[in-house]
Design a binder for this molecule. Structure first.
Ligand code: MG
Length: 240
């Protein structure tokens, strides 16, 4: 899991560096495929529920599961990159929101709040706590900043399968769900909307957009519950 996490982090870093006005989302996917191959890994997302890419590239009001294609990134876009690498039968999963060129102040605040909400959640990712202690911390922080958390999609357990139990909602009351135990690995991934939390699936049956057309951001790491501090397996500094 540490190797898969480190590979996923390296792929996310390479993909984020490729974001700039003028590139297509397919070009970002190509960077992801090349980086995954160079690490001796396999793309964890390719073919899942018919997904045709190695990366989900979701722009502006697209929340998650954006299909890479001909879309050209423009100045001011918010580009969400979600990637997963599999090594030795184990999966990593991580996502980041990258600004293309100069973005609005509101968009920059959305990115910062989304990232910080992950760190508010992981404070509770400790032995003996309950799963929704994480969920509640994310929701409380996001809503305190005037944004909303997506309800229809959640984080998840991860291991030999990309998506395993338990689901890790980004909302809820604390004190419920699975008791957290050392050795559990979770993908914690707040999806945060500027407007209302409702989303809709587009006719491509993959891309999820905000229902109100307002901006959304995404941030995700694969983390390990330990005897003490949680370990971020997809942290930028992880080395394969
Ligand atoms: Mg995930």
């Amino acid at each position: 899991m540490r190797q898969a996490g480190a590979a996923s982090a390296a792929v996310r870093t390479a993909a984020a560096a490729a974001v700039r006005p003028g590139v297509t989302t397919a070009q970002i996917d190509a960077v992801v495929r090349k980086t995954i191959a160079s690490l001796g890994a396999e793309p964890a997302f390719l073919g899942v529920n018919g997904f045709p890419g190695a990366a989900c590239v979701s722009v502006n009001d697209e929340v998650i599961h954006g299909v890479p294609g001909k879309r050209v990134i423009k100045e001011g876009d918010l580009v969400k990159i979600d990637v997963g690498a599999r090594i030795g039968g184990y999966n990593g999963d991580t996502a980041i929101t990258v600004p293309a060129g100069n973005i609005s102040e509101d968009a920059a605040r959305l990115i910062a709040v989304t990232k910080q909400s992950f760190y508010e959640g992981i404070k509770f990712a400790r032995k003996g706590n309950r799963l929704t202690d994480i969920s509640a911390a994310i929701q409380e922080y996001v809503e305190s900043q005037g944004f909303s958390v997506v309800r229809d999609y959640t984080g998840h357990g991860i291991g030999r399968e990309l998506w395993e139990d338990p689901a890790v909602p980004n909302y809820g009351r604390p004190g419920h769900g699975t008791k957290l135990m050392p050795g559990m690995v979770l993908a914690i991934e707040p999806m945060v909307n500027v407007g209302d939390w409702h989303v809709k699936v587009m006719p491509d049956r993959q891309t999820v957009k905000t229902a109100d057309g307002k901006l959304s951001a995404h941030y995700e790491h694969t983390i390990l519950i330990t005897e003490g501090e949680p370990e971020i397996l997809t942290a930028p500094e992880t080395v394969i």
